[in-house]
Design a protein around this ligand. Sequence first.
Ligand code: ZN
Length: 383
Amino acid sequence: MRTTYANAVDSMVLDAVALVDDLVSQALLASASDLHLEPGAGGLAVRLRLDGVLNTIDHIPASIADNVIARLKVMGELLTYRTDIPQEGSFSFKGLGDLKHDVRLAVFPTIHGERAVLRFFCDDGQPRSIDNLGLSEATVASLKNASEQTSGLILVTGPAGAGKSTTLYALARHMLDATPGRSIVSLEDPVEQRVEGLTQIQVQPFGELNYARAMRSLLRQDVEVLFVGEIRDAESAHIVIEAALTGHLVLSTLHSGDPAETIARLIEMGIAPYQLTSTLRLINSQRLLRKTCPDCCGQGCECCFATGYKYRTACGQAAVMNDHLRQAIIDHTPTGNLRTLVNENHPSLQECAMHLVQMKQTTTDEVRRVLGTDDGSGRTDTE
Ligand SMILES: [Zn+2]
């Protein structure tokens, strides 16, 4: 194990500047998405968000805590003499191989001093190809098939942090490869990955160029395929459906549990059952599960910060529109019965997850953390 910051500071090996450089390098090396420095009575707890989960990895003694926060504030060009207000900034950090990383810094006053959170914008280690996300072969085949159609609606759903946009980006890459020559535009907030060949537009949900306005204008611009970052409200749901009904292929995401719940939510938003049945091609509801660390097989090692996990895999249930589902939607079938019908035709999220456990890709603990106990709904409380 490496020397802890407490030992290093005691033996005067590290000053605040060196310690901050070391902290940020460690976090980048571990492919963390965030680094938290959380003040308590005895100093700062150092926590890394690895594969979506916060892990406490070290502790910075109180004697140097203020200097560490002050050093970060200098780097982020914040007001060092103000310790009583929240502040936000950013800086560029040179990591391994002189690779530059953009870091966003936010500090917030607490009763034990300032709390700092750093967010890293770099390659998150997620796979880029639709074949490598961890989705089952059947799901990938359904997604590819739907994406090669000329019109209709494809939805990727799940809670926040379920890898929905990673799946859409992977699908966009597949479409650019498999069916070149189409006019493909994406509306995003924010643009998370740059995709060669895709026209990407940054929308401002609360500004002038919001989803609804951007979509309306684009429909007059001879666009064939439209990626819409998220269906947030009834207005964007209606425009998405309208686009799909008028000969466009639309791909989007929705914050909802499983395919049956997705259908129920769209109907709650005022979409008529006949509009759904004539546009919807596929709903892929997914989650991300942490993978068992390949270096220690889950025992915990230095490489996985003793968590036993490294990297993540997607796990999804793809419901394809067919005659049974179409009739059930037209008949206003209750969500529970709709769910039973979908599960009869497509392995449920729980079943897909347990398959990954059998393949030793992940653990039952991880499945429980992400999917909760099995009530059949595929709902989850972890956000
Ligand atoms: Zn390990």
